[in-house]
Design a protein around this ligand. Structure first.
Ligand code: FAD
Length: 370
C-alpha cells in the first residue's frame, strides 16, 4: 500500500505547485490534489506582471511581501531552467506608467516618492522622453514613470514548469481529483476526502484560490475569499511594438516575447462566472486605444476571464489556520503570480519551525480581515 504523504496540497494553481516544489526540497513527501488540470484557473488567466499595479496604494505589509518574492524569482527561474522543459519566459521588460491628466500625474508622484523612500529604481520621464522611449503613445500622454527593474513571466507556463520540477523531487500530482471535505479527529485536520477516496496526512495546505472559502465552510472556519473576475484580450502585433509593459489608468498592455500583446483587465464582482462579455471587450479596447491609438485595429487572437481570489482587506491568508494540521496559502488577489515564491518559502518555514523571513502576523488566517 502506498504510504500517506507528509503534506497534502489542495489546489494545483501556481501557489499550490510552488508550495509542493518548495516542500519537496525540505525532504517532505507531498501530494497535490487538483480538481481539474494543473494551473488552468487564475494562474493561467493572469498577466504575469511581477509588481502590483498601483503599488503605492497597497498596505505596507503587502509591499514587503512583494519585495521578498521579487528577490526570490530569479533564483527560482534559474532552478526551473534546469529542472523543467517549460520556459516561463521571465523577462525584465520594465513598467512604464503613463500620465494623461492631473489624477494620473498625482498617482505617479505618490508612487515615485514611495519608490525612492524604499530604495527601488524609478525614473521620471518628460513628455519628450516618454514619446521617444515608446513610439505611438497617445498625444495626451504628458509624461511617465518608468520602473526599469520590473519583470514579467508567461504566467500560464509557471504551474506546469513548477509541477515538472516538483515531480522530479518526488511530488505526486493527482489531477481530476476534487477535494470534497476534510478528515478530522477532534481539534485537528488529518487529511481530506476526495471524489476518489480519503487521503491522510499530518498537514494539509489549502491553496484552492477563489474556492478556498467554500471548501473550509463545513469545518466551521470562516476564511473570506471571494472571486473577482478579470477579463483579458490578446492581440497579434508586430514584434517589439512595445518596449515595456505599459499602464495607463486602470488598464495595461503587456508585450509577450512572441510579439503578442495582452490587454487587461476588468475587475468585476460576478461570482464564479468566467464568461467573456462584449462589454468588457469594448471597454478594454477603448482603454487600450487611450494609451496606444490604433491598437484597436490589431487582430484579436482570443479573450478570456479568470477569478482572482480576493480577501476583504486585500491581503493573502498565509499561515496556520485555527485548527491543527491545516495551513492556509490563499487569497492572493491581483498578485498571486508575483507572490507564489514567497508564499512557498513561508509555508516551508512554518513547517520546519524556522522563523518566518517576512513577518506573518498581517497575513494570519484568523485575523479580522473585514
Ligand atoms: C485577469 C487577471 C490578471 C492577473 N494578473 C496578475 C499579474 O499580472 N500578476 C500577478 O501576480 N497576479 C495576477 N493575477 C492574480 C493571479 O492570477 C492569482 O492571484 C493567482 O493565480 C492565484 O493562484 P492560486 O494558485 O491561488 O489560484 P488558482 O490559479 O485559481 O488555483 C487554484 C486551484 O485550486 C483548484 N481547486 C479549487 N477547488 C478545489 C477542490 N475542491 N479540490 C481540488 N482542487 C481545487 C482549482 O481548480 C485551481 O486549479 C491576475 C488574475 C487575473 C484573473
Amino acid at each position: 500500500m502506498a504510504r500517506n504523504p507528509d503534506v497534502i496540497v489542495v489546489g494545483g494553481g501556481i501557489v499550490g505547485c510552488a508550495i509542493a516544489h518548495r516542500l519537496a526540497r525540505e525532504g517532505l513527501a507531498v501530494t497535490v490534489l487538483e480538481r481539474g488540470a494543473l494551473g488552468r484557473e487564475a494562474s493561467w488567466a493572469a498577466g504575469g506582471i511581477l509588481t502590483p499595479v498601483h503599488l503605492a496604494e497597497y498596505p505596507g505589509p503587502l509591499a514587503e511581501l512583494c519585495a521578498a518574492s521579487v528577490r526570490l524569482y530569479p533564483g527560482l527561474i534559474q532552478e526551473l531552467r534546469t529542472a523543467s522543459s517549460v520556459d516561463p519566459e521571465y523577462r525584465v521588460t520594465g513598467f512604464l506608467i503613463v500620465e494623461r491628466d492631473g489624477a494620473e500625474e498625482e498617482s505617479n508622484r505618490t508612487l515615485e516618492e514611495w519608490k525612492r523612500k524604499n530604495g527601488q529604481p524609478v525614473e521620471r520621464l518628460s513628455r519628450e522622453e516618454t514619446h521617444a522611449r515608446q513610439e505611438g503613445l497617445a498625444p495626451s500622454v504628458r509624461g511617465a514613470l518608468l520602473l526599469p527593474d520590473i519583470a514579467q513571466v508567461r504566467n500560464n507556463r509557471m504551474a506546469p514548469a513548477l509541477a515538472e520540477a516538483a515531480r522530479k523531487r518526488g511530488v505526486e500530482f493527482r489531477t481530476e481529483t476534487p477535494v470534497t471535505g476534510f478528515l478530522r479527529v477532534p481539534g485537528r485536520v488529518n487529511g481530506v476526502k476526495t471524489a476518489r477516496g480519503d487521503l491522510f496526512a499530518g498537514t494539509t495546505v489549502l491553496a484552492a484560490g477563489s474556492w478556498s472559502g467554500e471548501l473550509l465552510r463545513p469545518l466551521g472556519l470562516a476564511l473570506e475569499v471571494k472571486p473577482v473576475k478579470g477579463q483579458m484580450l490578446l492581440t497579434e502585433a508586430a514584434p517589439d511594438l512595445l518596449r515595456h509593459t505599459i499602464q495607463g489608468g486602470d488598464a495595461y498592455l503587456i508585450p509577450r516575447a512572441d510579439g503578442k500583446i495582452l490587454i487587461g483587465s476588468t475587475l468585476e464582482d460576478a461570482g464564479f462566472d468566467k464568461r467573456v462579455t462584449l462589454d468588457a471587450v469594448g471597454e478594454l479596447s477603448r482603454k487600450a486605444e487611450g494609451i496606444l491609438p490604433g491598437i484597436g485595429r490589431l487582430p484579436l487572437v482570443t479573450s478570456w476571464a479568470g477569478l482572482r481570489p480576493s480577501t476583504p482587506d486585500r491581503l493573502p491568508y498565509i499561515g496556520r489556520a485555527p485548527m491543527e494540521g491545516l495551513i492556509a496559502a490563499t487569497g492572493h488577489f491581483r498578485n498571486g503570480i508575483l507572490l507564489a515564491p514567497v508564499t512557498a518559502e513561508l509555508v516551508a518555514e512554518i513547517l520546519a519551525g524556522r522563523p518566518p523571513s517576512v513577518p506573518l502576523d498581517p497575513f494570519r488566517p484568523d485575523r479580522d480581515a473585514c
